[in-house]
Write a protein that binds this ligand. Structure first.
Ligand code: GLN
Length: 449
């Protein structure tokens, strides 16, 4: 992997920090644990003690956290090897990895295309065979959309399934850490390692973690899979819709029952998300003021120090979100935007509750299009925001969902399928995804890097 990384990462640029030296140091611990000796790469918004953690933002340059995130501690206990941190959109704001202060990551299947975002580096390093697996984070699609763009498996666990301690917060009511892997089995193994209650994250749930491997290799006969009628509409790329329709046929042939479901409030999901998520982001980013972390631009007085540091440190998308978030929370607008957004969020959640009374899983596209070109959407934030039209309602509802490779476009770009589960029922997602993967083997194809 080290040799491979040296050869291909100058083209892909998936890593913002790469240091093979710790691998040698960790060799003595290789022989212990379920991940003994397995290299896992980490998104740069998850803290590793003693490693610079930037969130791909100039405002955090030079910030070296003194502690490990809980997921890192769990990976270490399982014997995993850490040697790289992955590029991302600045503070996880984006769907293309282009808002990174380090410059964009390139899609390993076509270097002119984006890898998706915000966990673009995490998806690209796995697709480019530079890591066995990676951790990413998902607030509105940031694990699943890049997984789909890079042809890998990506899981956003149920909100509360995995500790957020040591994940630099974006939207605290939405964020979850999850695995990006080459196979469904690897995702099951990795989730088993990182999941579970943590007293250092009060939102992590006290729900037992099952043996996820026990869900693999099972039949899907009799499983009820819902297909939301609102999700196959104008704007959905024809190659993506063809791939999803073919996947529905595969599930039918495997004996699953396909059922129409309705998620009528999903049409509000993008609007609601860009109220709730930016409100939380503006609040979470308040702490980056030049005093406590990373960058400091000295000035004549404290107020100017805050102002200069934040002006210089944050990129354009981060500033846009701080402004939007501050606006929707401000007196006079709070009720009209933020409170209304929360009410609509409840309706979106209730749609899922209702649908899950009659089905075990919900199936949809992950992204409305195959990977787009670098630069294509950077001047059009709304079109970028619409890349998450199928993923963000899942975060608003707090349910788990996975993107699994479901084919390739005519030009050879990966397409992904999304399987959404009931709260804390990642197991049924693994069961269906592993049956589908075995039947289709889309993950067997490799890039020609
Ligand atoms: N693309 C979405 C956004 O820009 C989601 C990002 C994420 O999940 N972190 O907010």
């Amino acid at each position: 992997l080290i040799e491979r990384t040296k050869r291909v990462d100058p083209k892909v640029k998936a890593y913002v920090h790469f240091d093979p030296a710790p691998v040698a140091a960790q060799k003595s611990t290789f022989m212990k644990g379920p991940l003994a000796g397995v290299p896992i790469s980490i998104k740069d918004n998850i803290t590793i003690a003693g490693w610079e953690t930037t969130c791909a933002s100039n405002v955090l340059r030079g910030f070296v956290p003194p502690y490990d995130a809980t997921v890192i501690q769990k990976l270490r206990e399982a014997g995993a090897v850490l040697f790289a941190k992955c590029n991302m959109d600045e503070f996880a704001f984006g769907s293309s990895c282009e808002t990174s202060c380090f410059g964009p990551t390139h899609n390993p299947w076509n270097l002119a295309c984006v890898p998706g975002g915000s966990s673009g580096g995490s998806a690209a390093c796995v697709a480019a065979d530079m890591a066995i697996a990676a951790l990413g984070s998902d607030t509105g699609g940031s694990i699943r959309q890049p997984a789909s763009f890079c042809g890998v498996v990506g899981l956003k666990p149920t909100y509360g399934r995995v500790s957020r301690y040591g994940l630099i917060a974006f939207g605290s009511s939405l964020d979850q850490i999850g695995p990006l892997t080459k196979t469904v089995e690897d995702a099951a193994i990795l989730l088993g390692v990182i999941a579970g209650h943590d007293e250092r994250d009060s939102t992590s749930a006290e729900v037992p973690v099952p043996d996820y491997a026990s869900f693999l290799g099972k039949e899907v006969k009799g499983l009820k899979i819902g297909v939301p009628k609102e999700y196959f509409v104008a704007g959905l790329n024809s190659e993506v819709s063809g791939s999803i329709k073919a996947a529905i046929k595969v599930f039918q042939d495997l004996g699953a029952q396909i059922v129409d479901v309705s998620l009528p409030h999903s049409k509000y999901a993008v609007a609601v998300y860009y109220i709730v998520a930016v409100a939380e982001a503006s609040s979470n980013l308040g702490r980056f003021d030049g005093v406590q972390y990373g960058l400091r631009v000295d000035a004549a007085n404290l107020r100017d120090l805050y102002f200069e540091t934040r002006s210089e440190g944050f990129g354009a998308e981060a500033k846009r979100r701080i402004l939007l978030g501050t606006f929707v929370l401000s007196a006079g607008y709070y009720d009209a935007y933020y409170l209304k957004g929360l009410k609509a969020r409840t309706l979106i959640k209730q749609d899922f509750d209702r649908a899950f009374q009659s089905v075990d899983l919900i199936l949809s596209p992950t992204s409305p299009t195959p990977p787009f070109k670098i630069g294509e959407k950077m001047d059009d934030p709304l079109s970028m925001y619409l890349s998450d039209i199928y993923t963000i309602s899942v975060n608003l509802a707090g349910v788990p969902a996975m993107s699994v490779p479901s084919g390739f476009s005519q030009s050879g770009l990966p397409i992904g399928l999304q399987l959404i589960g009931k709260p804390f029922d990642e197991g049924t997602i693994f069961r269906a995804a592993s049956a589908y993967e075995t039947a289709t083997k889309w993950n067997a194809r490799r890039t020609n890097l």
